[in-house]
Design a protein around this ligand. Structure first.
Ligand code: IPE
Ligand code: IPE
Ligand code: MG
Length: 249
């Protein structure tokens, strides 16, 4: 059975498979508040958040969503306590290791974007192993943003292009949107159609600043660890009622 057939069988009947967003970006926010509400340490929220992400990835496969990009750690998140940062980095490393077999068997193609230079060598190795093991997969394109900042990403692209101009490889007047996009971390992905942010914050917190130019934005008060299939279903239903005009009348 192909994944497309499976998706058609499992897709809720009120969702139109021809009107689904192809690429969904998610700001997974609210783990700390989820934990606090229950009197747990923040780390418990992150742990539950990881379970939510696993379920969402599975759901994307079942419902025929072709790309999912999630914000896991921003360049600004280094400002948190060392205990929390260390916990998150270890959590990412464990996830890439423990979920690898599942991602391979589900056909998930994993990519990690952001500045990976300041990550621990063991996390970098886990990322590399997962990337290599899934590189030929044809299923959901799953991109995790770690130590990612949208402004830094654009600055980096400009630096690469400026160097090429300096070396005479590129003419400054030839630089256009398409050329700049090629030097972003997401170069081979289409722009997201839908951005979901959990926990009610109405901001994009330095995520995919360039790529979200025309994304539909859906903000829900649900905290990330509680964002289940039902909540995802609501987000997709809401998206299907949007009228995307792209500046046209
Ligand atoms: C999102 O949840 C996870 C990361 C930013 C790593 P938060 O940790 O930001 O949770 P809140 O916003 O404090 O509730
Ligand atoms: C955005 O959440 C970053 C991630 C979800 C990884 P934050 O919790 O860091 O964002 P702010 O501080 O509320 O803007
Ligand atoms: Mg937050």
């Amino acid at each position: 059975m192909t994944s497309k057939t499976t998706s058609l069988i499992e897709l809720p009947t009120d969702l139109d498979c021809t009107q689904l967003p192809q690429h969904i970006a998610v700001i997974m926010d609210g783990n700390g508040r989820w934990a606090k509400q229950r009197g747990f340490p923040r780390m418990m929220g992150h742990k539950r958040g990881a379970d939510t992400l696993r379920d969402l990835l599975r759901c994307c496969k079942d419902w025929g969503i072709s790309a999912l990009t999630v914000y896991a750690f921003s360049t600004e998140n280094w400002g948190r306590s060392m205990e929390e940062v260390d916990f998150l980095m270890t959590l990412f490393e464990n996830l890439f290791q423990l979920e690898l077999a599942e991602m391979v068997s589900e056909g998930v193609k994993l990519e990690v974007v952001g500045n990976l230079d300041n990550l621990t060598p063991s996390l970098c190795s886990a990322i590399d192993r997962a990337r290599v093991a899934t590189r030929h997969n044809q299923g959901v394109r799953f991109t995790v943003a770690i130590n990612y900042g949208g402004r830094q990403e654009i600055v980096r692209a400009c630096q690469i292009l400026a160097a090429q101009v300096q070396q005479g490889i590129v003419k400054s007047t030839d630089i256009d949107e398409q050329m700049l996009s090629k030097y972003l971390h997401t170069a081979d992905l289409p722009d997201p159609d839908l951005l979901i942010r959990t926990s009610g914050e109405m901001r994009i917190s330095n995520f995919l600043l360039w790529q979200l130019a025309y994304a539909e934005i859906y903000v829900t008060d649900t905290l990330w660890p509680d964002f289940d299939r039902l909540a995802f279903h609501q987000a997709l239903l809401n998206y299907q009622h949007r009228h995307r005009r792209f500046g046209k009348a």
